[in-house]
Write a protein that binds this ligand. Structure first.
Ligand code: ADP
Length: 499
């Protein structure tokens, strides 16, 4: 295929990943166009992009998930390519097809590849052909309750029910035994219908002490599939990752080799292009293929840091047919890298999302510290979108020193205006099970099911807090509808919570 230089690239995303893509464009001399919603005009990506086009109102169905609006915006801006980032339309085969139909390069695999590899039924078929283990499951058409109950029995409890159209860890229900199965299956179907527009569910054997291990694969312009090592993402809350690291501390040399070969073989069979991730569950030394994500992952920086590759630039170069990689160019992993996702939420109130205008922000830079953020002082965190506002990534010689570096970096990170999960992350990083590397996907459920306990406030602190609240209260109440809108109200670093 002939290389076609991308000159203008539209970004169908927001937040820190939009900034990440803008940075790659700058280094490749590509003009960036941010396709944004009406409420995203005060964001870092908006300020950094070369051009901006508003594609619709705040609700995602009318902007970020609206294929026609995204295509129209890109066409109006004269973009010759679109990068979908992650989330939103990044794994939407119809979007990739719509780009192609309109002569726009989609930075990612073809619609056909997304459709096939993103489909668990298809994946199961290829896995069977390639003799790759998957957890026992049921993905049948017959969705009647008696059939589902029979299949759950066949799989053996505990069983996890997943919304077939779900994603991002949402829409899952754990069935411990036959007694509760009927009721939970019914509610899983109802919830799947209302959240994803389809009541179809899959059943899977639930692995109750598994680790989440994934492999970063990359298919260059010629279609040759390479891998850039693995990541461990076992620290999850409600099946959503919050801390990720590269490489995993849990793999022997043989297991790593076997899993990476499996991941490459799976993708090689499909005519894939660009970045992708093959996810596995690992339990008792056996690994099971879980799914393939046909896009850039949130946690890609840990791989970039240990493997010395810029995955976003590689994606763009591959999209313009200009990226050929020899295995010999892939270096051995160096050091250890950890990422923490920073969420605007209150760790002392079970992770309740926190919205409001951001006050002063300090990210304490230093060796081996990387900050990926989408919002700055004066920007507003709204309830329209995911509450992840930044990512902090550190890299050091080994895992122990990387953990230490991350704790120190988090301690020095200050975000006024909203609550954040920073204190929660510090507790997790200091936990024995995490430092020993033995954590499973049930870590949070076992040790921090409700976030952090409310902090104790001394009498003296209560007096100080009452005074501060009195001084700024009136102004804060006017600022936004949130009761925690004032930077002072959420200054958890200086003032403990709960008056
Ligand atoms: P999504 O596609 O919604 O992101 P995944 O299928 O990737 O969901 O699963 C997300 C997480 O849910 C996994 O990382 C794992 O922690 C948990 N999970 C999913 N399937 C199973 C299973 N069969 N047994 C145990 N945990 C599971």
């Amino acid at each position: 295929m002939i290389a076609k230089k991308i000159r203008r690239l539209a970004i169908a995303n927001r937040g820190e990943v939009a900034v990440r893509i803008i940075r790659a464009c700058q280094e490749l001399n590509i003009e960036s166009i941010l396709l944004h919603s009406e409420v995203d005009m005060q964001t870092r990506a908006y300020r950094l992009a070369d051009h901006r086009i508003c594609i619709g109102p705040a609700p995602i169905s009318e902007s970020y998930l609206n294929i026609a609006a995204q295509i129209q915006g890109a066409m109006a801006s004269g973009a010759d390519a679109i990068h979908p980032g992650f989330g939103f339309l990044s794994e939407n085969a119809d979007f990739a097809d719509a780009c192609e139909k309109n002569g726009i390069i989609f930075v990612g695999p073809s619609g056909k590849c997304i459709r096939e590899l993103g489909d668990k039924i298809y994946l199961k078929k290829i896995a069977q052909q390639l003799k790759i283990s998957m957890v026992p499951s049921y993905q049948g058409e017959d969705q009647s309750l008696p059939q589902l109950l029979q299949e759950a029995e066949k799989i053996g409890y505990p069983v996890i029910a997943k919304a077939a159209a779900g994603g991002g860890g949402r829409g899952m229900k754990l069935l411990h035994s036959k007694d509760e199965a009927a009721e939970l299956l019914q509610s899983a179907k109802t919830e799947a219908q209302s959240a994803f527009g389809s009541s179809r569910i899959f059943l899977e054997k639930y692995l109750d002490h598994a680790k989440h291990i994934e492999f970063q694969i990359f298919a260059d312009s010629t279609g040759k599939v390479h891998h850039f090592g693995d990541r461990e993402c076992s620290i999850q809350r409600r099946h959503q990752k919050i801390i990720e690291e590269a490489l995993s501390p849990s793999l022997s040399i043989e297991l790593r080799k076997k899993m990476s070969e499996t991941a490459v073989a799976l993708v090689q069979s499909s005519g894939y292009r660009g970045a992708g991730t093959v996810e596995f569950l690992l339990q008792d030394g056996k690994f099971y293929l879980m799914e393939m994500n046909t896009r850039l992952q949130v946690e890609h920086p840990v791989t970039e840091n240990v493997m010395g590759i810029d995955l976003v630039k590689a994606q763009i170069l591959t999209a313009q047919n200009d990226f050929i990689l020899q295995d010999s160019q892939i270096r051995l992993p160096q050091g250890h890298s950890i990422e923490c996702r920073i969420y605007a939420e209150n760790p002392y109130q079970e992770g309740l999302p926190s919205i409001g205008r951001l006050g002063k922000i300090v990210f304490p830079d230093g060796p081996g510290r990387r900050f990926e953020y989408g919002f700055e002082e004066g920007d507003t965190i709204t309830s329209y979108y995911d509450s992840m506002i930044a990512k902090i990534i550190v890299t050091d010689e080994n895992r122990a020193s990387a953990i230490k570096r991350m704790v120190e970096t988090l301690k020095g990170s200050i975000i006024f205006g909203v609550h954040t999960n920073i204190p929660y992350l510090i507790e997790i990083l200091n936990h024995n099970e995490f430092t020993s590397g033995k954590m499973t996907t049930r870590f949070i459920e076992s040790y921090f099911p409700k976030g952090l306990p409310p902090q104790k406030v001394s009498e003296d602190e209560k007096i100080i807090l009452a005074k501060v609240a009195q001084l700024v209260g009136a102004a804060a109440n006017q600022q936004t509808t949130s009761t925690i809108a004032s930077p002072w109200h959420s200054a958890w670093r200086q003032f403990p919570e709960h008056l």
